[in-house]
Design a protein around this ligand. Structure first.
Ligand code: TDO
Length: 181
């Protein structure tokens, strides 16, 4: 795998290195030893799969609050998405900065998201499927979110936003009460 650091320290766009032959290809998308090189030393406790039907749909921006902060590894296995992370670590020099990258079934890239980040994505095509690896269990009472259109984040989504869940449409806008994660 290849690990390309993003401008937000500790996060990476991870590329696969497929072994190709006349049958097709084979590739690892997680290896304990390879991820140890970027300091990853936690187990994956949950794996999730989502399917998004319509291009333009946004899911996010989601996080779990302490003590349930989590690392995520996100991989697109059908279609293409614009994947976005926001640094919510209060002591980080890039606090509340965002980074986005296209993840798709054809580029096979993944986003490695450390603890203390919010995460979301926009479907760029119909019928997008994402696989998530999580270092923490789902804790419904500890979920939080940022608004995809928060003016103080100014995330540049490639398509017009549509199809938000009621929860995602009603995350509070950032103000001085947000102390980070
Ligand atoms: C996230 C999650 C949801 N659920 C349930 C709650 C709800 O009834 C249903 C749908 O949940 P949501 O509406 O939160 O699904 P969704 O908006 O797709 O949530 C996901 O968004 C992206 C951006 C992420 O980063 C993921 O970690 C996750 O938060 O699934 C679980 O049972 N386990 C889980 O781990």
């Amino acid at each position: 795998m290849t690990f390309t650091p993003t401008p937000l320290a500790g996060s990476y766009v991870v590329g696969l290195k497929p072994f190709t032959d006349n049958r097709g290809w084979f590739a690892r998308f997680y290896c304990k030893n390879e991820f140890a090189a970027i300091g990853h030393n936690k187990e994956w406790l949950q794996m999730n799969h989502s399917f998004t039907t319509e291009a333009g749909t946004i899911r996010g921006m989601h996080f779990q609050v302490p003590p349930f902060r989590e690392i995520k590894l996100v991989r697109c296995i059908a279609g293409a998405v614009f994947d976005v992370i926001v640094d919510c670590r209060k002591d980080s020099p890039t606090f509340l900065k965002w980074f986005g990258a296209e993840l798709s079934a054809s580029n096979r890239n993944m986003m490695y998201i450390p603890e203390g980040f919010a995460h979301g994505f926009q479907a760029l095509t119909e019928n997008c499927e994402l696989i998530y690896l999580h270092s923490e269990l789902y804790q419904p009472g500890s979920e939080g979110g940022l608004r995809y259109d928060d003016p103080s984040l100014n995330i540049q989504w490639p398509l017009a936003a549509r199809n938000l869940s009621d929860r995602d449409a009603s995350h509070p806008l950032l103000d001085e009460n947000f102390k980070g994660l």
